[in-house]
Design a binder for this molecule. Structure first.
Ligand SMILES: *[C@@H]1O[C@H](CO)[C@@H](O)[C@H](O)[C@H]1NC(C)=O
Ligand SMILES: *[C@@H]1O[C@H](CO)[C@@H](O)[C@H](O)[C@H]1NC(C)=O
Ligand SMILES: *[C@@H]1O[C@H](CO)[C@@H](O)[C@H](O)[C@H]1NC(C)=O
Ligand SMILES: *[C@@H]1O[C@H](CO)[C@@H](O)[C@H](O)[C@H]1NC(C)=O
Ligand SMILES: *[C@@H]1O[C@H](CO)[C@@H](O)[C@H](O)[C@H]1NC(C)=O
Ligand SMILES: *[C@@H]1O[C@H](CO)[C@@H](O)[C@H](O)[C@H]1NC(C)=O
Length: 471
């Protein structure tokens, strides 16, 4: 009797311990799962997909260096520095910035007296956000930037994304989200050169919380990679895409109806439903009816892959393919404006010549290539580099962070914006497209744009031309 009464409590005690242990395991498991899935969320300011704004304003912003003699009428676009300054002045709560470079104050000012004036002003403006009660958040893959250290010491929250560990690439995206309502996207970095001596093109989008919210999610994606050395296999819902290739956001851009979405790269940086940059580029080129104008700094369809410790270089056809198809099978007119500068890879000429030769003996086939080139100054400073990265067609545009180099798409984190107009250029009313096309035509017809030399003899000349430049 006595034995059984003492045994009963012992048994229940054991049961309790077992259940408790199980519960503990379960709790630990839950914590583990959620810590890899979710970041501890700040809310999205009460703006949701249901009540966000799609009645947006869009402006083209450009930086055209003073040394470039381009027709005056096209300088009428809002200048990049004024545009960014106005955007930051709108901020009431938060500013989120991603940039591959933080170099707003020139280190080598002797070479370029006061050319970093705009960069310095922007840096001051970022520092002054705190006094207005605006939170500044920065995601970056830079480990040793003096400017980021200054900003972090002052007020900015900086999250480090170890791209070396994640993809062996760089964080190449460049954008700015203000109050999750307005944003900037374009070729300019947080680099003083972007505001003085480099040619840049981008867009400012105002009162557009739907699209800004999606871009904010791209930012959140980087944000939660802070100090991680692996990419989680399960993602929080808060970083998945709101819109994409198959489900684009329908919106108003000024007075025009359009659809839009944000794309990203590389593949491992694309959570569920996020369209990849390369798919976005395909869609924009494939949807063109009459023309595709492309302006990029570098064009090199090669990709470096690491294989058993050695680097193997392979042909990367993903963009070449879709251009060839558009030119030959759909007879879409293609113009490619590539920069000619000290870092132009010699094979660029071969790949572009090959593309061009596609139209030999074909009627209505048009693929033209030109190099945008400026003589360097005696000081060796590269002036007027065309740093643009966009495509404009008769019905859509794409602005991205990558040059058209295979390795960039494979390794570097980038972001792109696709806007497709309901009415094409031909139907009128597509103002932003007209402006972008105008900017392209201005560059294309300027005397800085030189045709790709065709014959062997001329190609040889172009090699010399290049060597001369490098030396
Ligand atoms: C949007 O909806 C959410 C929840 O449905 C609500 O909390 C928020 O206040 C709304 N925001 C606006 C600007 O109406
Ligand atoms: C980034 O990751 C690499 C590889 O895992 C590591 O060697 C490096 O120390 C990390 N960098 C920082 C700043 O943590
Ligand atoms: C955005 O909306 C606000 C309020 O509706 C308005 O005051 C402001 O002028 C708009 N901004 C632009 C650039 O249209
Ligand atoms: C591939 O790697 C080689 C050497 O590591 C380098 O010279 C070349 O520029 C790289 N190519 C690309 C496309 O990144
Ligand atoms: C080629 O151009 C001519 C006149 O420019 C046009 O009539 C014809 O339809 C075009 N053919 C194709 C296949 O686009
Ligand atoms: C859109 O509207 C804004 C402000 O109303 C204006 O500044 C901008 O130039 C317009 N954009 C286009 C492409 O017409």
């Amino acid at each position: 009797m006595a034995a059984s009464t003492t045994q009963e409590p012992v048994k229940t005690q054991q049961k309790c311990v077992a259940i408790f242990a199980l519960l503990c395991c379960f709790a630990v498991l839950l914590v583990l799962i959620f810590s890899s899935v979710d970041i501890w969320w700040d809310d999205e300011d009460g703006i949701t997909e249901e009540n966000c704004s799609r009645n947006c304003r869009i402006m083209l912003v450009e930086n055209v260096p003073e040394d470039l003699y381009l027709p005056v009428e096209f300088r009428g676009h809002l200048s990049l520095s004024v545009g960014i300054r106005t955007l930051l002045n709108q901020a009431k709560q938060s500013v989120e910035v991603v940039s591959p470079v933080w170099n707003l104050k020139a280190q080598d000012v002797e070479n370029v007296p006061s050319r970093d004036k705009e960069g310095r002003l922007l840096f001051q403006q970022l520092l002054s956000l705190k006094s207005r009660g605006v939170k500044l958040k920065i995601a970056s893959s830079l480990t040793n930037s003096a400017e980021l250290k200054t900003l972090a010491a002052d007020s900015a929250e900086v999250h480090f994304v170890n791209m070396t560990a994640l993809t062996r690439g760089r964080l190449q995206s460049s954008f700015m989200v203000v109050d999750r309502r307005h944003f900037y996207m374009g070729s300019a970095d947080m680099d003083w050169r972007s505001f003085s001596k480099r040619k840049e093109l981008g867009v400012l989008v105002y009162n557009c919380s739907c699209l800004a919210l999606d871009l904010h999610r791209v930012f959140s994606f980087y944000w939660q990679l802070h100090d991680r050395d692996y990419i989680p296999s399960i993602w929080s819902k808060r970083v998945s895409a709101l819109y994409g290739r198959h489900e684009a956001l329908e919106l108003q851009l000024n007075t025009t109806s359009a659809t839009a979405y944000v794309s990203t790269s590389p593949d491992v940086f694309c959570p569920k439903d996020r369209t990849r940059d390369i798919e976005a580029i395909h869609q924009v080129i494939q949807s063109a009816q009459s023309f595709v104008f492309i302006s990029v700094t570098d064009y090199l369809p090669l990709v470096n892959r690491s294989f058993r410790g050695t680097t193997v270089t392979r042909y990367w056809s993903l963009i070449d393919d879709v251009i060839r198809e558009a030119v030959v099978l759909r007879r879409v007119r293609v113009r490619l404006l590539v920069s000619f500068w000290t870092k132009t890879h010699p094979l660029t000429f071969n790949f572009l010549t090959s593309l061009k030769s596609l139209c030999l003996y074909l009627h209505n086939c048009s693929l033209e290539v030109k190099f945008f080139r400026l003589r360097e100054q005696k000081s060796g400073v590269q002036l007027g580099l065309n740093h643009n990265k966009y495509i404009v067609t008769d019905s859509a545009f794409y602005i991205g962070s990558h040059d058209w180099v295979g390795s960039d798409f494979a390794l570097n984190a980038g972001v792109g914006l696709v806007v497709m107009m309901r009415n094409s250029l031909a139907d009128g009313g597509a103002t932003i497209l007209e402006q972008m096309k105008g900017a392209f035509q201005r560059d294309w017809t300027s005397h800085y744009a030189k045709s790709l030399l065709g014959s062997k003899e001329e190609q040889r000349k172009s090699r010399n031309w290049k060597q001369e430049d490098v030396l």
